[in-house]
Design a protein around this ligand. Structure first.
Ligand code: NAD
Ligand code: UDP
Length: 389
């Protein structure tokens, strides 16, 4: 459907092909967005990143049907004079670049703050000065903790959605103290959101801000010792996948009582495409993008992944599949956590008429099938090597 058929936006108007400057295109979300844009639209992508492994399959060979519509630029936006030129050449800039793994927030707080605030500043400035539209990726973590988390454990108000549902235009941002460096990321993201909002209000910048709520799927992060550092700590999907692949226990931080809503990456990418192609509906808005129906505790997630992985791999689960670990041991000093994250969907529904589709079970089944197919053999080989030596 990439050519020939004329595509229309939500208001029935033909969509003109555009050039998109995608910063952080080589990451998890970027790779899925590039795939979608190449296979379903006529748009061009200038893909900027320091890595290209996750989009290699879109760049080579140059006989691919979309060759010529995607161009990779290996650059670090911290120090590269090509950035402004690439933004000027484009109709739209999408900024995905960030340090965004919780293990880094309390152990590398300076890198985290620089990456999420300082390094994003020139991107905002070039868009504003050159009258270019910006879609900036923030995070659901800007909400921090729920109001309900401060109520007494047994308070009936904890069951009242008014105390936990997160609304873009009404909920406060509630972070822990400065010594809990976990919040360095959320705080940096909050400040760049405020700056973008102010550029819109004072200088007319056309922007949309996306707050992802735990998007997961194939190509997320890395498997330690296989396609990332052995000592690295990725986000929960990759941590649990790694343990399942190695037949080790899944580690539940502080008992795994925190709650999350997980959304399938492919559902989320659909609404990003709607934002790209419906600027009149998307500009000036902050959007929660999540699946409020897929809520579990981290402990429940571990149990579900254990059951599904066993089905997918044909291997029986461990007798005791999980083990509790304190956050201090797992993440180090200064870790803290969001208790619960339910996205309010009113604004995204009203502006873009979108709803997520995939259940947690289905998205874990397809993701763990991918993990097994991609990594099981390599993990077995490294494990037999380390036993032999
Ligand atoms: P990711 O780490 O896979 O992707 C980020 C990409 O940005 C990486 O490929 C990285 O190499 C690149 N990058 C970082 N700094 C760069 C620099 N200075 N110059 C050039 N490239 C640079 O992460 P992701 O999950 O794809 O997340 C993308 C965005 O979405 C981030 O801003 C993140 O904060 C936000 N987000 C994601 C989720 C989620 O559920 N996946 C949740 C909340 C927020
Ligand atoms: N977590 C866990 N075990 C792990 C990795 C993460 O219990 O091996 C927990 C973590 O403490 C948090 C949740 O899983 O409560 C989600 O963590 P993730 O790193 O995916 O990111 P977050 O949603 O906190 O941004």
């Amino acid at each position: 459907a990439a050519s020939g058929v004329s595509r229309v936006d939500l208001d029935g108007r033909p969509i003109k092909p555009m050039t998109i400057c995608m910063i952080g295109a080589g990451g998890f979300i970027g790779s899925h967005l590039c795939e979608k844009l190449m296979s379903e639209t006529p748009h061009k992508v200038l893909a900027l990143d320091v890595y290209s492994d996750k989009i290699k399959h879109l760049l080579e060979p140059d006989t691919l049907p979309w060759a010529g519509r995607i161009q990779f630029h290996r650059l670090n936006i911290k120090h590269d004079s090509r950035l402004e030129g690439l933004i000027k050449m484009s109709d739209l800039t999408i900024n995905l670049a960030a340090i965004c793994t919780p293990a880094d927030y309390n152990t590398r707080p300076l890198d985290t703050i620089y990456s999420n605030f300082i390094d994003a500043l020139p991107v905002v400035k070039y868009c504003s000065e050159n009258n270019k539209r910006l879609i900036h990726f923030s995070t659901c973590e800007v909400y921090g903790k729920t109001i309900g988390s401060f109520l007494p454990r047994d308070s009936p108000l904890r069951q009242d959605p008014a105390y936990y549902v997160l609304k873009e235009d009404a909920s406060p941002c509630i972070f822990g103290p400065i010594e809990k460096q976990r919040w360095s990321y959320a705080c940096a993201k909050q400040l760049i959101e405020r700056l973008i909002y102010a550029e819109g209000a004072e200088n007319g910048l056309q922007f949309s801000i996306v707050r992802p709520f735990n998007w997961i799927g194939p190509r997320m992060d890395f498997i330690p010792g296989i396609d990332g550092p052995s000592e690295g700590v990725p986000r929960v999907l990759a941590c649990f996948s790694n343990a399942l692949l190695r037949r080790e226990q899944l580690k539940l931080v502080d008992g795994g009582q925190s709650q999350r809503t997980f959304i399938y990456i492919k559902d989320a990418i659909e609404v990003v495409l709607l934002m790209i192609e419906n600027p009149d509906r998307a500009n000036g808005h902050i959007f929660n993008v999540g699946n409020p129906n897929n809520e579990v505790t981290v402990r429940q997630l571990a149990e579900m992944m254990t059951e599904i992985y066993s089905k997918v791999s044909g291997e029986p689960p461990l007798e005791v599949p999980t083990v509790d670990v304190s956050s201090k041991v797992f993440y180090g000093e200064g870790y803290d956590d969001s208790d619960k994250r339910i996205p309010d969907m009113t604004i995204i529904n009203r502006q873009l008429g979108w709803n997520p589709k995939t259940s947690l079970w289905d998205l874990l089944e397809s993701t763990l099938t991918y993990q097994h197919r991609t990594y099981a053999e390599a993990v077995k080989q490294t494990m037999s090597k380390s036993v032999a030596s």
